[in-house]
Design a protein around this ligand. Structure first.
Ligand code: CU
Length: 287
């Protein structure tokens, strides 16, 4: 979820950068497993309100990011590649000024929103470079979690499988376009691996929602855009955070029969409204 219209205050972003630096001695929550072309390396990112425990350095290649939400709010892990020698400080400056993200910001996916106490994972191919973990989800006060401390830099160094381009083999492919979700086939009950690819032109994300009985994805959109008051009309089950055009991410889902939804919050390049307001949300049935 990327509620870009609620970017948070300048002061708050400055504070988060200070807290990143002082967090250097925090216990790391991640482990880096061995990597091969067919078997992605795995790291764990633990989210609380409002910090990440995560590795500062990982090897390039196919990487599964497991998000463990130990907070009381929804959290996600947006992986952002910072090109052209840019830093997290530069990114914070760019977010303050608003508008579409600059060209040196590359959205490469990561596990999307998951409820407190739950886990989600997503696999992305990471090339060597400088990156950030970021949570664009706002609190009920409207301030984005990134501005409360959930922004953390990390480095991807050249690994033994730096060119590993293949994703885990998927059961279903969902294409993202302006402004639609296009699954290759219906999602089914049980475990499945879902490849998400953005055909663009704009960046998009996919949040998978399990809807409460009688609710539609529009109800979750309204709830999330009006201060998250009352019981949520859906439970987010992860998905893949923002991908640039041409980027891909894979996630696993284990679904019971019921009503589900997809939604995208990216602020439109033309009018700044979230893509859901352009129709990028979908209610569907599983089973
Ligand atoms: Cu979108």
């Amino acid at each position: 979820m990327y509620l870009g219209t609620r970017m948070g205050a300048v002061v708050a972003i400055t504070v988060l950068l200070a807290s990143c630096k002082s967090d250097r001695h925090a216990v790391e929550g991640g482990s880096v497993a061995g990597s091969s072309n067919s078997d992605p390396a795995a790291i764990t990112v633990t989210a609380t309100d409002f910090t990440y425990q995560a590795p500062d350095s990982i090897a390039s290649g196919n990487t599964t990011v497991r998000l463990v939400n130990r907070g009381k709010e929804l959290h996600q892990v947006q992986l952002i590649k910072l090109e052209g020698g840019k830093t997290l400080e530069d990114l914070a400056q760019a977010l303050k000024s608003g508008g579409p993200p600059p060209s040196w910001v590359k959205f490469v996916g990561g596990p999307n929103a998951v409820a407190p106490g739950q886990e989600a994972q997503a696999t992305s191919v990471l090339a060597p470079g400088q990156y950030a973990y970021m949570c664009f989800i706002p609190s009920p006060d409207g301030v984005m979690h990134a501005a409360k401390g959930m922004a953390r830099p990390f480095t991807v160094s050249a690994g033994s499988t730096a060119s590993a381009a293949q994703q885990p083999s998927a059961d279903i492919t969902i294409k993202l376009v302006d402004y639609d979700f296009q699954p290759s086939q219906p999602l089914k009950p049980g475990k499945q691996t879902i490849l998400v690819e953005n055909a663009g032109p704009q960046p998009h994300e996919l949040v998978l929602l399990r809807l409460a009985p009688g609710k539609k994805v529009e109800d979750f959109a309204t709830w999330s855009e009006t201060g998250m008051k009352g019981p949520p009309p859906a439970q987010p089950l992860g998905g893949v955070t923002l991908l640039d055009k041409g980027a891909r991410g894979t996630f696993r889902a284990d679904l019971t029969p019921g009503e589900y939804g997809f939604i995208c919050y990216f602020p439109d390049h033309k009018d700044g409204k979230p893509h859901l307001a352009h129709g990028m949300m979908k209610t569907f049935k599983v089973g």
